[in-house]
Design a protein around this ligand. Sequence first.
Ligand code: GDP
Length: 370
Amino acid sequence: MRHVLITNDFYPKVGGIQAYLGEIYRRLDPTTFMVVTTQVPGAEAFDRDFPAPIVRLSRQLLPTPKMRRAIGQSIQNFAPELVVYDPIIPIGALGTSLGLPYALIAHGAEIRVPAHLPVLGAQLRRTVRRSLGVVAAGGYPADEVRKLSPSTRVEIVPPGIDSRRFHPAEPLDRAQLRERWMRDPSRDLVLFVSRLVPRKGADTLLHAMARAPMSSRSEVHLVGDGRDRSRLERIALSVAPPVIFHGRLSETDKIELYQAADLFVFPARDRWLGVEQEGFGIVILEAQACGLPVIVGSSGGTAEALAPEGGLLLRRSDARELWWAIEEVRRDRARRDVTCKSASAYVREQFDYDHQGRAYEAALQGLMHG
Ligand code: GDP
């Protein structure tokens, strides 16, 4: 079956949705699809190496008549049988206007917020009801779709990791990585990886480290960039252990830090009374796959990303609770080493993108052929 993916979020842009689509689509038969997406810096080189055709139309895809005509012309020769839109709004509102049946991909936040607004909520419901169905990137977005339209068919394909790249390092390699990345490799490396936005909770980690007398044995490493960075840098001034802001790192460097670290902390939290939540938290999978104990805030789909016994789920996601959790992981190191090994094996088997790619293909076939 030939289809076209129409999305605002595709590589080389960074982020969870981009990684989800990019990794899944890299694994599909490139003769069966094409991608229509946005113009972003670095796209030319990326598109040259990508095995399927990519058409980049503008900085943002909006459901206007002009955009509909431009997309129509771009896909004419390819002659797809199905259109897949991501996100559901705004671009999904084009619906069947391209003259083809369509499916949608849901991640969570893009539904939860507009579902409560009068005009956007009605448009969202209409778009979902007229579709063949929705591929949900986890149980949390699946629930959001079911609340919106109980009769819509939903197939769950959670995000994943590439198990060839995300795995624990051999002890000797790990020692070298610690030499490379740490100021003092005898300390504990506490790692946080994410875009620096308030929902991800890097501030909670810094506040927890500020109150911990034991924390002088640690180094806190933050990977990622974002609008919250200068606020976080100010908070870091009051933290006793060294805090290292790496900014945006390459994939290779990021994986080296996962492999060098002792503990991964991701205290994600709900914001705006639960209107803003974490859709899934791919970084939780990445850290576990690399063999790290993880401490995770409870928000949206984060619990789904935890392997059985894979880590600690915070209830309140505040600094005090996090501090206790960090101390608990430290005290219990021997048992954690065992559970982390099995969590890594579980995540690398259950969430490998090779598996997710096949599940996605089957989901589209299922939606198309009933
Ligand atoms: P989202 O961005 O809110 O969707 O958060 P997710 O946790 O779902 O996904 C974020 C993805 O971006 C994960 O694969 C992260 O490892 C990746 N990421 C975030 N910051 C960086 C960075 O600085 N460098 C690299 N290489 N990847 C990053």
